[in-house]
Design a protein around this ligand. Structure first.
Ligand SMILES: Cc1ncc(C[n+]2csc(CCOP(=O)(O)OP(=O)(O)O)c2C)c(N)n1
Ligand code: SF4
Length: 544
């Protein structure tokens, strides 16, 4: 069938590639810059009535495990998440390298160098190496599509999960992609026979055997990487460049004018050490261009030593150790000068993100600020979501944001450490993600904290995806957890004095008090319950 070029985001190219690989399911928890991978599968599956299971999972660990179960059943599965989501899913990810996979299992991870929307800029390639599984890193939207297809084949050939690593600029920019099939096509991959259950039951006797299998596959991975057509080497002059991901694009733009550079491009990991060694032997100097941590650079320094060579990169200070790879920096490291900016170019004045006008969180934070004002230093722990913006004026009612679900556990720990009073704020999606366990612990051990659940009925921060726990379902769960002191408030200006009173009394009461601040996000696509109204979403920029 004839196919037409499509203008796709890197994320969309991965989603389309997965559909064209014949996945039976896509699993994810939203997080920038990976959200649109799942959303693409969901949108196309719905538009073309494709029998692909797509539902948001409560968190990344569950998403990974659901995908692993589908793989066990012999079907192909895609699981996508942002880089910090992989910390949450690290347990099943690392262990699935030992069980192995049956149907192809591809983990698409979105890294966020520069922290456009994240708490840190960790580099997922380290986790792929840690788990001893292959990783593919595209440099263009077309490669994102092609490498997704390759990742599924590789996963089934090796019986291992395969990571696909994207960074923000690739995930969130568009370019032409020529797909192999047309948009509505879905070549159903036949289910594979069930695996030997002993391989999937990681009791020590099996786990030792499976770990030895994983180790025995490593030389095969090295050979695959060294032979990979996109792990390309060109030997020319004595100045060498090792580049991967978006770093390769900078090199590709330079080369027509500077054919004297030798280079090694890295797309498939484990890194092609033999090719990098050849480049190092050939050159006097080596510049490492990679987004994220200096992964190749430190590996090359450690494995090859590179004695007598000039090494330039993020460890040597020739490139910034943090943030995205900026072409100006690369040119300057190569001594090629940076292109001068037009005199008219002006920098936009940065403006801190703020809660939308009419946001329910704003009313809740106003009430919290007033209720806690009489106390000298109240503990005000919080979490990640639109409500983290409660850290800024005029509210200043958020004094911590570490990782999803941390607020309740940190509040509990601080209360045990003697801090009084202690209040924490957590969104409904973050509560479902990883707040339930900490609340159970606080209730069962009779902690002295006030937990405010900000139930706006949606995952607002990442684009108003569906939340799994809102309204009456949330209240039923709280009851089931053993929460006895639960009050629902409606955060509206007209209820301000009443809400301040409820909060203050909760702070003064010993034990775990839970306050559910229930009002729909003004941009929510769907109301959390019949009681609230709704509209389309454009959440403010922040940590997502
Ligand atoms: C481990 C991890 N996964 C995903 C994200 C992206 N993320 C940030 S906040 C958030 C959920 C926000 O929803 P909710 O708690 O309901 O608050 P709201 O934004 O609706 O106020 C998500 C998915 C993240 N930062 N960390
Ligand atoms: S998107 Fe919704 S939750 Fe987020 S700031 Fe705006 S109104 Fe508030």
């Amino acid at each position: 069938m004839d196919t037409a070029e499509l203008l796709l985001l890197g994320d969309e190219a991965v989603g389309l590639g997965a559909i064209h690989a014949g996945i039976a399911g896509a699993f994810s928890y939203p997080g920038t810059p990976a959200t649109e991978i799942f959303e693409t599968v969901e949108r196309l599956a719905s538009a073309y009535s494709l029998p692909i299971w797509c539902r948001w999972s409560p968190n990344e660990k569950v998403a990974y495990e659901e995908a692993l179960g589908m793989s066990y059943a012999g079907r192909r599965a895609l699981v996508s998440m942002k880089h910090v989501g992989l910390n949450v899913a690290a347990d099943p990810f690392v262990n699935s390298a030992l069980t192995g996979v049956n149907g192809g299992l591809v983990l698409a991870c979105g890294d966020d160098p520069g922290m456009h929307s994240s708490q840190n800029e960790q580099d997922s390639r380290w986790l792929a190496e840690f788990a001893k599984v292959p990783c593919l890193e595209p440099a263009s939207q077309q490669e994102a599509y092609e490498l997704t297809l390759e990742a599924f084949e590789l996963s089934e050939r090796l019986g291992l999960p395969v990571m696909l690593r994207l960074t923000t600029r690739l995930a969130h920019t568009r370019s032409n992609v020529l797909p192999r099939l047309s948009l509505g096509e879905w070549p159903q991959a036949p289910a594979r026979p069930l695996p030997d259950p002993n391989d999937w039951t990681l009791v020590p006797t099996n786990a030792r055997r499976r770990f030895r299998r994983l180790l025995s596959l490593q030389p095969q991975l090295d050979a695959w990487s060294d032979a990979h057509a996109l792990n390309a080497l060109r030997l020319s002059g004595p100045r060498g460049i090792v580049a991967c991901g978006l770093g390769w694009n900078v090199v590709a733009e330079l080369l027509p004018e500077h054919p004297e550079f030798s280079w090694c491009r890295v797309v498939a990991y484990p890194p092609p050490i033999a090719k990098i060694r050849q480049l190092a032997d050939h050159c006097d100097e080596l510049l490492f261009l990679e987004e994220g941590y200096p992964w190749l650079e430190s590996r090359a320094l450690g494995l090859l030593g590179l004695r007598g060579k000039r090494v330039m990169g993020r460890t040597t200070g020739d490139l910034c150790a943090d943030g995205e790879l900026v072409p100006e920096q690369v040119l300057s490291a190569l001594g090629l000068g940076a292109p001068s900016r037009s005199a008219e170019a002006t920098e936009a004045v940065p403006r801190p993100p703020v809660l939308c006008r009419g946001c329910p969180h704003a009313d809740t934070f106003r009430a919290i600020a007033e209720a806690t004002a009489p106390f000298e230093s109240p503990g005000l722990f919080s979490d990640i979501g639109c409500y983290t913006l409660g850290a800024f004026p005029p509210y200043r009612a958020v004094k911590s944001c570490v990782d999803m679900g941390a607020s309740i556990a940190m509040a509990h720990g601080a209360a045990r450490g003697g801090l009084r009073p202690v209040l924490c704020t957590i969104g409904d999606s973050t509560f479902a993600h990883s707040g339930i366990g900490p609340l159970l612990s606080a209730i069962q051990t009779r902690a002295d904290i006030t937990v405010v659940i900000l139930d706006n009925g949606t995952v607002a921060m990442t684009g108003a995806q569906q939340t799994l726990l809102t309204g009456d379902a949330l209240l039923r769960l709280l009851h089931g957890l053993g929460a006895e002191d639960v009050t629902v408030i409606e955060p509206l200006p007209k209820n301000h004095s009443e809400n301040v009173r409820i909060l203050r009394e909760a702070l003064e009461r010993p034990g775990v008090s839970v306050i559910v601040a229930h009002r729909s996000c003004i941009h929510a696509k769907e109301p959390p319950c019949g009681r609230c109204t709704s509209r389309e979403a454009t959440p403010p920029e922040g940590s997502a």
